[in-house]
Ligand binder design. Structure first.
Ligand SMILES: Nc1ncnc2c1ncn2[C@@H]1O[C@H](COP(=O)(O)OP(=O)(O)O)[C@@H](O)[C@H]1O
Ligand SMILES: [Mg+2]
Length: 419
C-alpha cells in the first residue's frame, strides 16, 4: 500500500511487541487474514501489520452489516475526532463522497477549508439561522414524510426540554399540531398552536379544548424556550443558509453553544434533523458526522437518534456518532442494566463500532452493551492514543490509525487546547 511511506509507518506506529502466548490468546484479533474489503486506508492492523482499509458501503454490499452507521466511543484525547477527520478527508478527497458535520467544539474548520466545505456558525445573535421544519430542498418531499419528520423532531425537542418521556396526550398534541402546520411552518407556529389550540384540533382528539391546552402546556413552554431568550433568531424563522447540497458537504459549527447544555442539545437535534432531510434527496455515499454526540444521547433523545439512523440507512447516509462512553446514554433514573438496554437498542442498527481506550470503570457496561469478550475488555482498558478495536458485524480488528503529516495538521486539537 503506497499511501504511507515506510518512514511514515515507522514514525507513526511505535513497534508493538507481544509474546506469542499473548498473541495466541487474542483470537480472533490476531488473525493474519485481513478483514479489509476495500475503501480508504485507515492504518495498520496491529498484529499483522497489514494495511487496514475501510468503507462502510463495501461491508454493507457484502451483507456483513445491514446498515452503514458507525458508532465511535473513547475517552477524551484518544484520537476519535482525528480518526473521523482523516477518514472523511480520504473519503471525500479520494472517493468524492459528501461529509456533513455537527461540530460542537468548532474543530472541523481546517478540514473544511482543505476540502472546500462551507462552514456555518450557529450562535446567539449571529446571522445564520436554520428552520428545522424545512421540507427537503426541491419539490420531491412527500407531505406525509414531512409530517412524520416534524412529529419525530418536535417530540425529541419537547422531551429534551421537559427532561422526561412525553405522555400519550402530549404526543397526540404534537401530531395534531403538525397536521395543522403550513408547508413553510416555523417553530413559532408550533408554539402558537400548542399554547392556543383550536376547537377543531381538540375535537379531532375527542377531548375538550381546556383539556388539550392543559395537556400541551409543559411542552409548549419547553419549545417556547427555543425561540425566546438566548436562542432567539437561531432556529425560528426562514433559513438563511444557502449551500450547494451536491457539493462536498457542510460543517455546522456549534462551538458558541458548547458550554450551554440547555442550548447545545436542542440546536444539535434541530441541525441534525435539518441536514438529514436536506440530504435525503442528494445522491448516494454521504456521511453525517455527529461529533460529541453524547450531548444528544441524554434522556429521551436516544429514540430520536435511533430513528435518524434507521431512516438514514434507507437514504444512503452513514451516520457517524462519536461519544465518550456507553454511560453517555444514561437517562434519569437508569441503572446500569437499563443503560445497557438503551445502548443495545441504538446499537442494534449500528454494526460498525470503533472503540478507543476506556477507563476501567466503564468497561463492564461496554462489555454488556457491546458483547465484548474478556480479552477485548482487557484490551479496551489499555489502548494507547490512535489504537482502536473495531467490530464490523461479527468481524474484529485491532487497528493503529495512521495520519499523514498533512492530516496531523488538520487534526491537531492538542495545540488548540494549548491555545
Ligand atoms: N493516530 C494518531 N496519530 C497521531 N496523532 C494523533 C492520532 N490520533 C490523535 N492524534 C492527536 O491527538 C490529539 C487528540 O486527538 P482527538 O482526535 O482530538 O481526540 P478525541 O478522542 O478527544 O476526539 C490531536 O491533537 C490529534 O492530532
Ligand atoms: Mg474529539
Amino acid at each position: 500500500m503506497s499511501f504511507f511511506s515506510k518512514k511514515q509507518k515507522q514514525d507513526l506506529v511505535p513497534p508493538h511487541e507481544e509474546t506469542s502466548r499473548v498473541v495466541k490468546s487474542l483470537y480472533p484479533l490476531q488473525s493474519h487474514k485481513s478483514i479489509s474489503l476495500g475503501g480508504v486506508v485507515i492504518g495498520l492492523e496491529a498484529f499483522s501489520g497489514d494495511a487496514f482499509l475501510f468503507d462502510p458501503w463495501e461491508f454493507y454490499r457484502s451483507g456483513i452489516i445491514t446498515s452503514p452507521a458507525i458508532f465511535i466511543a473513547g475517552q477524551v484525547g484518544r484520537g476519535k475526532s482525528a480518526f473521523v477527520k482523516s477518514f472523511l478527508y480520504r473519503q471525500i478527497g479520494v472517493f468524492a463522497r459528501q461529509g456533513f458535520f455537527l461540530d460542537p467544539k468548532g474543530e472541523y474548520s481546517a478540514l473544511a477549508k482543505s476540502l472546500d466545505i462551507p462552514v456555518v456558525k450557529l450562535e446567539p445573535g449571529g446571522s445564520a439561522r436554520l428552520n428545522p421544519l424545512d421540507p427537503a430542498p426541491g419539490d420531491l418531499d412527500l407531505p406525509e414524510r414531512i409530517a412524520q419528520r416534524r412529529s419525530t423532531l418536535l417530540a425529541a425537542l419537547a422531551a429534551s426540554g421537559v427532561g422526561r418521556e412525553l405522555n400519550p396526550s402530549e404526543r397526540a398534541g404534537i401530531d395534531v399540531v403538525v397536521e395543522n402546520l403550513p408547508h413553510d411552518a416555523v417553530l413559532g407556529d408550533v408554539v402558537d398552536l400548542l399554547l392556543r389550540p383550536t376547537v377543531a384540533m381538540a375535537e379531532s382528539l375527542s377531548i375538550d379544548l381546556p383539556a388539550l391546552k392543559r395537556e400541551c402546556q409543559d411542552i409548549a413552554l419547553a419549545l417556547r424556550r427555543l425561540i425566546k431568550g438566548d436562542l432567539a433568531g437561531m432556529l425560528d424563522g426562514k433559513t438563511t443558509i444557502e449551500i450547494d447540497w451536491s457539493g462536498p458537504g457542510l460543517v455546522i459549527d456549534l462551538s458558541a453553544l458548547y458550554r450551554i447544555p440547555a442550548a447545545l442539545a436542542p440546536t444539535m437535534i434541530c441541525a441534525t434533523s435539518w441536514i438529514s432531510s436536506a440530504i435525503a434527496t442528494v445522491g448516494l455515499g454521504k456521511f453525517l458526522v455527529i461529533d460529541e454526540a453524547w450531548a444528544v444521547l441524554k434522556d429521551e433523545t436516544v429514540s430520536w437518534l435511533q430513528s435518524t439512523v434507521k431512516l438514514s440507512r434507507s437514504l444512503g447516509v452513514s451516520v457517524v456518532m462519536v461519544v465518550h462512553r456507553i454511560s453517555d446514554l444514561r437517562a434519569a433514573g437508569d441503572d446500569d442494566s437499563a443503560v445497557a438496554k438503551r445502548a443495545a437498542g441504538l446499537l442494534s442498527d449500528t454494526e460498525v463500532r470503533i472503540l478507543f481506550g476506556q477507563s476501567a470503570q466503564e468497561i463492564p457496561l461496554a462489555q454488556a452493551a457491546l458483547g465484548l469478550s474478556s480479552r477485548e475488555c482487557q484490551l479496551l482498558g489499555e489502548l494507547p492514543r490512535g489504537r482502536c478495536l473495531w467490530q464490523i458485524g461479527q468481524k474484529r480488528a485491532l487497528v493503529d490509525v495512521l495520519l499523514t503529516d498533512q492530516e496531523k495538521k488538520l487534526t491537531d486539537t492538542d495545540s488548540a487546547m494549548r491555545g
